[in-house]
Write a protein that binds this ligand. Structure first.
Ligand SMILES: NC(=O)c1ccc[n+]([C@@H]2O[C@H](COP(=O)([O-])OP(=O)(O)OC[C@H]3O[C@@H](n4cnc5c(N)ncnc54)[C@H](O)[C@@H]3O)[C@@H](O)[C@H]2O)c1
Length: 339
């Protein structure tokens, strides 16, 4: 097996997961970069990484680097990807793909011109739960059409940049993409139309008052698919501090049965789901591998074999388009057609 040399850019929450995931997938993390030197030093020390940079260009310019792993705020995904592609490096970038369709197209153009591989961090879609529920749906255990209901509830994020409409763009862009990809995977179909309502529950919170424009932090979303299936989601990052309100487990149902559970969860080694068929109930418990290690193993194989990464621009662009359609519907009150 080729052991690739990785530069991880961004030493925050995802930076830590990437360093650990690349190492556990058998690769060599050669540097960590962050403008926050203390953070970068701490992460490098923890995993015995040899070099620390403050400037991503220096890290990417290192001739030994094969793959650049991007764990930065959304607005930086495009410039760092374009720079890395220009230096002939393969890129693995965290989701969401980019802050706009134009920025995403710049990234794709640079990657295609350089002939490098590009992967995106939808690790949650590799979870055992998504695989199982897709299999059950394919086997016709639930019948058709299907309704997939997801729920995500959190207090106003301590990582306040998530609430900046010009930064990470709130949960509709930053978090719902995981659920939209899960629905698309399980339905095996593309979204046809979207309607949504949005609010800013955290609008009076002083810690985010300085942002010029606050992102929608709460939405009720309905997506209809070409297959006739429906995805529906309640999402909020606007709850009170320490609120005990929690998101409910995912639920999928059709005329013959359904299932419930945290299908695309990560960070747990075992996960349980309820499977309902007719009037019967069964609990299904599965072991879950480290999803970061799994996604990097799959991406490294694509790099090694010179083939497109199985999860890349196509999924990134689809999710971005759907998230932006949700925001447009919430803003205008109109149904947004995606075909
Ligand atoms: N796949 C997932 O499940 C998942 C989960 C959380 C976050 N994310 C995504 O990962 C990305 C990063 O999120 P995070 O939670 O790690 O954020 P974070 O704020 O914890 O970390 C980002 C880091 O980037 C650094 N940084 C900012 N500007 C920089 C620059 N110019 N050069 C170098 N470093 C710079 C910051 O100092 C910070 O340490 C986002 O796109 C987010 O949506 C993905």
């Amino acid at each position: 097996m080729d052991r690739f040399k990785i530069a991880v850019i961004g030493a925050g929450d995802m930076g830590g997961n990437h360093v650990r995931g690349w190492i556990s997938a058998g690769h060599h993390v050669v540097s960590v970069t962050d403008t926050d030197k203390i953070r970068a030093d701490k992460l490098a020390l923890r995993y015995n990484v040899g070099a620390v940079y403050g400037d991503y260009k220096e890290a990417i310019d290192d001739p030994q680097v094969d793959i650049v792993s991007v764990c930065l705020p959304l607005v930086l995904h495009a410039p760092v990807t374009v720079y890395a592609a220009g230096r002939g490096k393969h890129i693995f970038c965290e989701k969401p793909l980019a802050s706009s369709r134009e920025a995403a197209e710049d990234m794709q153009r640079a990657v295609e011109l350089a002939g490098v591989r590009f992967g995106i961090g939808f690790q949650r879609n590799f979870s055992e739960g998504v695989g199982l529920v897709r299999q059950w749906a394919d086997e016709g255990r639930f019948g058709s059409p299907l309704v997939f209901s997801s729920d995500l509830m959190q207090e106003v994020r301590p990582k306040i940049a998530m609430h900046d409409a010009r930064g990470n763009q709130g949960p509709v862009v930053d978090a719902c993409c995981h659920y939209f990809l899960m629905w698309q995977t399980v339905f095996g179909s593309k979204p046809k139309k979207v309607y949504a309502s949005g609010r800013i529950l955290g609008k009076d919170r002083p810690e985010i008052a300085h942002f010029e424009e606050l992102a929608v932090d709460t939405a009720v979303i309905t997506v209809e698919y070409e297959s006739g299936d429906i995805g529906t989601m309640n999402v909020s990052w606007g709850l009170a501090k320490k609120s005990p309100i929690r998101g409910r487990p995912d639920r999928i149902y059709g005329p013959k049965g359904g299932a419930e559970g945290p299908f695309n969860s990560f960070g747990r080694s075992t996960v349980s789901f309820e499977l309902y068929e007719g009037s019967s109930t069964a609990t299904v418990t599965v072991e879950q591998p480290d999803l970061f290690s799994k996604q990097f193993t799959i991406f490294a194989e694509a790099v090694r074999e010179g083939k497109p990464a199985p999860v890349g621009f196509r999924q990134g662009l689809d999710m971005l388009r759907l998230s932006h359609a949700v925001l447009e519907s919430a803003k205008t009150g109109n149904i947004v057609h995606l075909d």
